[in-house]
Ligand binder design. Structure first.
Ligand code: ADQ
Length: 454
């Protein structure tokens, strides 16, 4: 069996994975433990000069990390990746901040990472590269002679051509994607957008089975929706409801219904729209005041990108406005926390919540939606209110689908969720649970690697 080499922007070292936020990390820790192999990427630490890789072995897995210089980190990570590609891939052209300098840093860092990784590779390795930070990695590995099979999975959406083409050098990115042996996406919409760009702007040919001929290369492409381990989450949730943390939250509700949101603090997650929709719900259904509480957990990320700091301020103000307007002496409508919790605590919070609001404006998949469903009690499950712009909506159509750009629609869905009879909640939950089991995290990993190896 070939050794698996995973390449991602950040490597979660043993012990830190499970606690960290970020769907990529959570998904990969699981994958590597089962398959063994090498995990390569940046350490997240800064150094004066580019470092040799730090190598660590644990439980049959080798971890190799590289420190970046401040200039490389700023241009590659905070710059091109998170201030240009991230907003672009999430259809936020207004927030794209592209500079040639950042693009040069992006290419430079990818080249440097490839130079460092190449000597660590064995001839039969299969290399799996993750996400938008590392699109040029296959090209760069091929440049230094790597002949291994190399696959790429994009965790974010892939934008339609009209949006993609606003990025200077987008043809170079398309060419880089075609240097892989397999390119995988979360949904059919992402895959179709990629095919469309390859055909219309690169003169490529796409076959019905996802095979592509473009830039003088043959590659494959496909949809591989990322999943969770539903039974593990269900067990964790059943245990967590007895924990002190969950009991404390439950006790504080005094019989009120809990509505939960859990997200990284990111403009793609639609938190401002969500808060406004919640205010509209309190306005439209005054009888619900004093009977519900919205618990929004939003962990700050990417604080070195100015837009994220500005968003945090706006959200704090909005939460304050809602509380100021509707709270009573013994009831607060909203509880807003900028901290992260362990997966175990979240599972417990999910299980005691009657409704989850997962209303991103765009999201590659959104694992919170799946984790929430998996954490429910089979006898008395809660209701998922889900944006059609999350990749998860392509599978979880038994959720209440609500357009986050229409606050009244979200308010209505919330009211419907709170009033939904047990039998309907069970039916919807069972339908979703079946899909979660079929498209589990294991199925995701295995199906991607099967096609890459095939
Ligand atoms: P993210 O944008 O990070 O991931 P998401 O899929 O929601 O988004 O994953 C978040 C993960 O981090 C989940 O496991 C969640 O439980 C955890 N998490 C989120 N907020 C947290 C908090 N406040 N405290 C603790 N844990 C928290 C990217 C893409 C997604 C895609 C994933 C995986 O943007 O669309 O689903 O990768 O492919």
């Amino acid at each position: 069996m070939s050794r698996l080499v995973i390449v991602s922007n950040r490597v979660a070292l043993p012990g830190e994975g499970a606690q960290r936020s970020g769907g990529l990390v959570t998904a990969l820790v699981d994958a590597l433990h089962q398959a063994g192999g090498l995990w390569f990427g940046s350490s997240g630490k800064l150094a004066e000069t580019p470092s040799a890789p730090n190598v660590l072995e644990a439980d049959g897995v080798t971890y190799a990390t590289v420190d970046l210089t401040r200039a490389d980190h700023d241009g590659y990570y905070s710059g091109l990746s998170n201030a240009a590609l991230w907003p672009l891939f999430h259809y936020r052209l207004d927030l794209v901040n592209f500079t040639r300098r950042d693009f040069a840093a992006y290419l430079r860092v990818n080249a440097r990472l490839a130079d460092t990784l190449a000597p660590l590779l064995k001839p039969n390795d299969v290399v799996w590269v993750h996400d938008y930070h590392l699109i040029p990695m296959a090209d760069e590995l091929r440049r230094v002679g790597a002949r291994q099979r190399i696959g790429f999975f994009l965790h974010t959406p892939f934008p339609s051509l009209g949006v993609l083409a606003t990025l200077p050098h987008y043809i170079e990115l398309l060419k880089s994607l075609c240097a892989y042996d397999l390119v995988g996406f979360q949904t059919i919409e992402d895959l179709t957008a990629f095919h469309d760009a390859v055909v219309r702007r690169a003169g490529g040919k796409v076959s019905a089975d996802g095979s592509i001929r473009a830039f003088d290369r043959d590659l494959r492409s496909g949809v591989f929706p990322i999943g969770v381990d539903p039974d593990a989450i269900a067990n964790m949730a059943a245990r967590a409801v007895k924990s002190r943390t969950t009991r404390r939250l439950q006790g504080s509700l005094r019989g009120r219904q809990l509505i939960i949101g859990v997200d990284r603090l990111d403009y793609s997650k639609g938190l401002e729209h969500r808060f406004k929709a919640f205010a509209s719900f309190l306005e439209s259904y005054p009888v619900q005041r004093d009977h519900v509480r919205l618990l929004q957990i939003a962990t700050a990320t990417r604080s070195d990108v100015p837009e994220y700091r500005a968003l945090r301020q706006r959200l704090g103000a909005l939460a304050g406005d809602i509380a100021g307007r509707y709270a009573q002496l013994d009831w607060a409508p909203i509880q807003y926390l900028n901290r992260s919790f362990s997966q175990q605590s979240l599972a417990g919070f999910f299980r005691i919540s009657r409704v989850a609001l997962v209303t991103p404006l765009r999201d590659g998949m959104n694992l919170v939606a799946k984790e929430y469903v998996a954490a429910q009690s089979p006898e008395d499950p809660g209701v998922l209110v889900l944006s059609p712009f999350a990749g998860a909506a392509y599978e979880l159509d038994a959720a209440l689908i609500a357009n986050p750009y229409d606050p009244d629609a979200v308010a209505e869905a919330l009211q419907k969720a709170l009033l939904m009879p047990t039998e309907e909640r069970r039916q919807r939950w069972q339908a979703m649970m079946q899909i979660l089991r079929r498209h589990s995290i294991t199925a995701w990993r295995e199906s991607f690697l099967r096609v890459l190896n095939g």
